[in-house]
Design a protein around this ligand. Structure first.
Ligand code: PGA
Length: 255
């Protein structure tokens, strides 16, 4: 059985003090020995402080982005080694805000996925369609294109080394959540895609749903057979909301 992963993407919010405080509140508000996995993604400059704040807990800390080169003249970018040596173990790659605001292509994203895997950082690879694409019935072809491009020539031999996140762009930060059926359909499509490419790895690989997940809609999404957790933006900025979602996942995991 796959273990739920509840992940909080803090985006470009918080300052140092409030980031540390939020991390500590999450540690205090969740089970000491959880049956599920929890990850938080603070802004890069706070990875180290947040990693210290959650020391001794099972929470994984990660980065929201990565450069694919190991080092170089890339002003403003961060490398996998910087993330790792600051205490980061996971990294979000290809978030729709990176794709749409910063113009990241599938090819660019593929290189980052490769870098993360090569350096033992667990990539959380995000994919998802825009509203006009869904309306035009293109959801599956968009997911297919993104998966093909972002995982081109990428080997996956261990399902724990990578996580996928289906995040319909129209649901991110909008308060409009995908229906459980829409999420399940997309997740099942993604799992079938993974199976066709990587075989039985698909059974163990986690596919998170992201887009306006809140405590009051989390359960209906998490009970879907192919939804293995959530990538949460807005609701992860409150320890209360985030811990409520952790509690729901914990209950579903152990029922
Ligand atoms: P949201 O963001 O929960 O605020 O919709 C999700 C995400 O961007 O990962």
């Amino acid at each position: 059985m796959r273990k739920f992963l509840i992940a909080g993407n803090w985006k470009m919010f918080l300052d140092r003090e409030s980031a540390i405080a939020l991390a500590r509140e999450i540690v205090d508000g969740m089970p000491k020995r959880p049956f599920i996995d929890v990850a938080i993604f603070p802004p890069a400059v706070f990875i180290e402080a947040v990693a210290k704040a959650v020391e001794g807990s099972t929470i994984a800390v990660g980065a929201q982005n990565l450069h694919y080169e190991t080092e170089g003249a890339f002003t403003g970018e961060i490398s996998s080694k910087m993330v790792l040596t600051s205490g980061g173990r996971v990294v979000i790659i290809g978030h729709s805000e990176r794709r749409n605001i910063f113009g990241e292509s599938d090819e660019f994203i593929q290189r980052k996925v490769k870098r993360a895997l090569d350096d033992n950082l667990v990539p959380v690879l995000c994919i998802g369609e825009k509203l006009e694409q869904r309306k035009a019935g293109e959801t599956e072809s968009v997911l297919n294109r993104q998966l093909n491009g972002s995982l081109r020539e990428i080997e996956i031999t261990d399902p724990d080394k990578i996580v996928l996140a289906y995040e319909p762009v129209w649901a991110i930060g909008t308060g409009v959540v995908a229906t459980p059926e829409q999420a399940q359909d997309a997740h099942s499509f993604v799992r079938d895609w993974i199976r066709s490419r990587y075989g039985d790895i698909a059974d163990g690989l986690r596919i998170l749903y992201g887009g306006s997940v809140k405590p009051d809609n989390a359960e209906s999404l998490l009970v879907q057979p192919d939804v293995d957790g959530a990538l949460i933006g807005g609701a992860s900025l409150s320890s209360k909301g985030f811990c409520e979602i952790i509690e729901i996942a914990e209950r579903l995991q152990t029922r």
